[in-house]
Ligand binder design. Sequence first.
Ligand code: C5P
Length: 210
Amino acid sequence: MKFLITAGPTREPIDPVRYISNRSSGKMGYAIAQAALDAGHEVVLISGPVALPAPPRAQMVRVTTADEMYDAVHANLVGIDIAVLCAAVADFKPAAFSPHKIKKKLGAPIIEWVPTRDILASLGALPEKYFRLVGFAAETEDLEKNAREKLKKKQCDVVIANDVSAPGLGFESDENELTIYLPYQSGIVLPRASKGDLAKALVKILSAMQ
Ligand code: C5P
C-alpha cells in the first residue's frame, strides 16, 4: 500500500527573522512513516521543519509553510491508499509578510492574521476519494467529543486522538497514548507506549481497513 503522511509543524513567516509556529517535534508522524516502511509499504512523507533524520526509503517532500504543505499534499495524491495527516499545521498566518525586519523601536506591531487552508478538510471534501483519510486530534479536554466532531466536520474515515495535557505525553515526548475513533464504533484505546510501538500498532490497524 502507499501511505501519504504529513508530519511536524508549519512556519508562517512574519518578517525575515520571525515566524509563528506550533509545538510539534514530528516524532509521531516520522514514527508512523518508519512503521509503514518496515511493514513493506511505500511512503510519501511531507514534512515541516523538524530535527529528525529522514526515514530511509521514504519519499521526502520538505515544506515550510501551511500553503506549501497544502500544495505538496495535493500534488502527491496519485496512487495513495491512505493519507495520515499528523502535521500540526498553523491555523493562522500573517496577512502580509514584511520584507524588512520589523524594528523594535517602532513599538509592538499589530499583526493582522488570516486563516490558513485546512488540508485535512480539503481532502475530506474531494468529490472522489479513493483513499482512507486519517486525521489527528490533539486535545486538552473533551477528547471523544472533539474527535467525533472532527470525524464529521472534516469527513475523515478515522480520527486518532491524543490528550496533550497529560504530563509526559504528546508533543516533544517519546511516548503517547492514543484513541482511534471510527464512525459508529466505540473508540479503540492504544495505551501509553513509545511512539514507535504505537505507530506499529496503528499501521497494522490502518492497513487492515479496506
Ligand atoms: O482542527 P484541528 O487543527 O485540531 O485538526 C487537526 C487535524 O487536522 C490534524 O490531522 C491536522 O494534521 C489537520 N490539519 C490540516 N490542515 C490544517 C489544520 C489541521 O491538515 N490547516
